[in-house]
Design a protein around this ligand. Structure first.
Ligand SMILES: Cc1ncc(COP(=O)(O)O)c(C=O)c1O
Length: 478
């Protein structure tokens, strides 16, 4: 629903001109948060009619508020609440939300820049193609006949399209029946823990690692234990030691393609050892391949799942969050047949099926080559952004930091000199209007902080990247 429907009340004070009373009413609604920055005001004719006053009165009130900076007029579009007003933090119930910035804060602080942890640029999403595919999906005769529920594993055309895609791109020899479509990889992570582990059993995770995976595992009743990561990814020797010390570990969660957060690709030797250890010890191996499509350098590296043997208990998880946008909740899991069946049962218990029209639309995008074209285009743009970020860091931050340019993925792991506290730096950056995550937030074992930042470069364009690095430099603790 458009927000132009906000009803405006006119509180009359006969000692003042009518238009001043109206201007005062509008200011009050802005201060109360009922009219928000960017909201459209009613048209002068409609408001005059609803308040029973002359249209000139409305015009005069709007002009006054435009002069005062509360409103802006946009030619042929209408009158809007100014976008650069501070968040006044007002609400009807509960304590007022703390505004992160003072009302006098600069424009930069009002619309903070964010170094995501590796999000794509949703502005590049092939929206026209997706909208067309979605329209076709909702009006397709087949879908209209589908009055009941569908397959909890996901729409068959999407599972077929994904199977072909994963076979071509990732070397997985699977078909539609080997796939479970989920609402994002997050759901798949929750399901795999529920399917693989009894309450109290443990899953080993890379540390530093992906906190939302830990959250999903814990929510499913699992214990989460730390497996250290070094400069080459999961430290396999220490992983084996952990297994000797912690007999309750039944599964391991890894991001071997681009380790989250350090971006390192696990080498061939470690991959083989990991598969061999999992096989020998009967562990379930959960592979999260969240941004496989973005590889800028070197030869392609196929997932662990492509090397697994028929009875290895491997579950491979992916998502379209990095390929298109996290707003589209589509992920998938493939792997060991029994595990997948248990995950499907569990999925049905919390969500009978996915978003069928969206799944059909995505199948079309894959089948008609739109997704592949988008991936190729986005890859070029992101590679350029990675290089620009690397150049800006080198020019602006010098000795305060060190990094290796990532061979793939959508983020750069920026190590901070030991003399500087990355957490304090991130806090100062936030006050200056730049949000970013620091390594301390990504440690399971908080006693061993990681003095680093994970800087997602894909969601920012050139000008935004330059500004972000400048803000980071300006916020550097003395
Ligand atoms: C390690 C990792 N796995 C998975 C995902 C994707 O999550 P989802 O598919 O639920 O959006 C992300 C996104 O940030 C991630 O960083």
């Amino acid at each position: 629903m458009g927000r132009s429907a906000v009803v405006i009340e006119l509180i009359e004070d006969s000692s003042k001109a009518l238009f001043i009373n109206l201007a005062g009413s509008i200011i009050r609604e802005i201060e109360r948060g009922r009219l928000k920055p960017g909201d459209r005001l009613p048209g002068t004719r409609a408001l005059a009619q609803s308040l029973g006053v002359h249209r000139n009165t409305i015009d005069a009130a709007y002009q006054e508020l435009i002069l005062q900076g509360w409103l802006v007029a946009e030619a042929s579009r209408g009158t809007f609440v100014a976008r650069d007003l501070p968040d006044l933090g007002v609400r009807t119930w509960g304590p007022p939300r703390k505004s992160q910035t003072s009302p006098l804060a600069s424009r930069a602080a009002l619309t903070p820049l964010r170094f995501s942890d590796g999000a794509p640029d949703a502005r590049l999403m092939p929206g026209v193609e997706l909208a067309r595919a979605f329209r076709r999906a909702v009006s397709a005769a087949g879908l209209k006949r589908l009055t009941g529920y569908g397959d909890p594993r996901g729409a068959p055309p999407l599972r077929s399209a994904l199977a072909r895609y994963l076979e071509a791109e990732r070397g997985l020899t699977i078909d539609a029946d080997d796939l479970l479509v989920t609402r994002g990889s997050q759901m798949a992570l929750f399901l795999v823990a529920g399917a693989a582990l009894q309450p109290g059993e443990a899953i080993a995770v890379e540390d530093p690692g992906y906190p939302l995976a830990w959250k999903a595992f814990r929510a499913a009743g699992a214990r989460v234990v730390s497996a250290p990561v070094d400069a080459q990814g999961l430290d396999i020797d220490r992983f084996e030691q952990l297994l000797d010390q912690e007999p309750g570990v039944r599964a391991v969660y890894v991001t071997p393609h681009h380790q989250y957060p350090t971006t390192v690709t696990l080498g061939a030797g470690r991959r083989l050892r990991l598969l061999e250890i999992a096989r020998r010890r009967g562990l379930i191996l959960v592979e999260d391949d969240y941004d496989h499509e973005y590889r800028f350098e070197g030869r392609p590296v196929l997932p662990l799942a492509a090397r697994a043997q028929a009875d290895d208990r491997v579950v491979h998880i992916g998502s379209v969050s990095k390929l298109l946008a996290p707003a589209l909740r589509i992920g998938y899991a493939t792997g060991h047949t029994d595990l997948l069946a248990r995950m499907t049962d569990l999925r049905e218990a919390i969500d009978r099926q996915g978003d069928i029209p969206l799944e059909h639309a995505l199948a079309k995008l894959i089948d008609e080559g739109d997704l592949g074209r988008h991936a190729r285009k986005a890859r070029k743009i992101y590679e350029h952004r990675r290089d620009l970020l690397a150049a800006e860091i080198t020019a602006q931050l010098g000795d305060a930091v060190a990094f290796d340019s990532p061979a793939g993925g959508l983020a750069l792991w920026l190590k901070v000199a030991p003399s500087i506290d990355a957490a304090a730096w991130a806090e100062a950056a936030e006050r200056a209007g730049l949000l970013l995550s620091h390594g301390g937030q990504l440690r399971l074992d908080q006693s061993r902080p990681a003095n680093a930042f994970r800087l997602g470069f894909a969601s920012l364009d050139d000008a935004e990247l330059r500004r972000a690095v400048k803000l980071l430099r300006a916020a550097r603790p003395a």
